[in-house]
Design a protein around this ligand. Structure first.
Ligand code: FES
Length: 235
């Protein structure tokens, strides 16, 4: 008989439930290296087709299955069940409105991302081919460009929970990604946006964002770079 692990899953359907509750499912371990997402798929496909959660790539690339698993934000598709202490408690990402079960409303998170203008701004006429960058300058973007917008970092941050207007680690890391890009000419407009009590100055270096990031990025360090830039520019 296959070994079983209990998944304790947050359930809430605002159309019929007065309040959230947890439901237990016995997930069969059918292969070595099973991920939390495999377990959720087993539940939805074989036990309860009404369970709602997001997923797409299954490879830690698309960022859709950010979840709070045993109290820590992580991606279900790259989290080994065998690394977790049962019962495995699965909740939606903290602080965001729940649409249904494990699906949260990311509108506010994405709006904050767009506020920092996460695209190349360059007012010079485009060259015949691409805008060139030296390998050394390109290297400065390592650790910044890899963000997959899973929201694990921002929703792990107590400052983000407490201040609904705080841009959050993800948006600020993405601001740094473009501000530090030598091909970009929009640094000052972005620095105006992040130089705010709901911007970089709301970060109190609690460091939860570093622990939560599945891509091993360091938003706190990126925010520190922005603070240094602002001080140098005497904004
Ligand atoms: Fe794409 Fe997990 S399903 S990151």
């Amino acid at each position: 008989m296959a070994e079983k692990v209990t998944f304790k899953v947050f359930r809430f359907n605002p159309e019929k439930d007065k309040k959230p509750y947890y439901q237990d499912f016995e997930v069969e371990i059918r292969k070595p290296g099973m991920m939390v997402l495999d377990g959720l798929n087993q539940i939805r496909w074989e036990m309860d087709g009404t369970l709602a959660f997001r997923r797409s790539c299954r490879e830690g690339v698309c960022g859709s299955d950010g979840l709070n698993i045993n109290g820590v934000n992580m991606l279900g598709c790259i989290t080994h069940i065998s690394d977790l202490k049962p019962p495995i408690v699965i909740q939606p990402l903290p602080s965001l409105p729940v649409i249904k079960d494990l699906v949260v409303d990311l509108t506010d998170f994405m709006n904050k991302f767009f506020l920092v203008k996460p695209y190349l701004i360059n007012y010079s006429p485009p060259p015949d081919k691409e805008r060139l960058q030296s390998p050394e300058d390109r290297k400065k973007l390592d650790g910044l460009y890899e963000c997959i917008l899973c929201a694990c970092c921002s929703t792990s941050c107590p400052s983000y929970w407490a201040d609904p207007e705080y841009l959050g680690p993800s948006a600020l890391l993405n601001a740094a990604r473009f501000i530090l890009d030598t091909r970009d000419e929009g640094a000052d407009e972005r620095l105006e946006v992040v130089n705010d009590r709901h911007g970089v100055w709301r970060c109190h270096t609690i460091l939860n964002c570093i622990e939560a990031c599945p891509k091993l990025l360091n938003p706190t360090e990126a925010i520190g770079e922005l603070k240094k830039l602002l001080i140098r520019k005497k904004f």
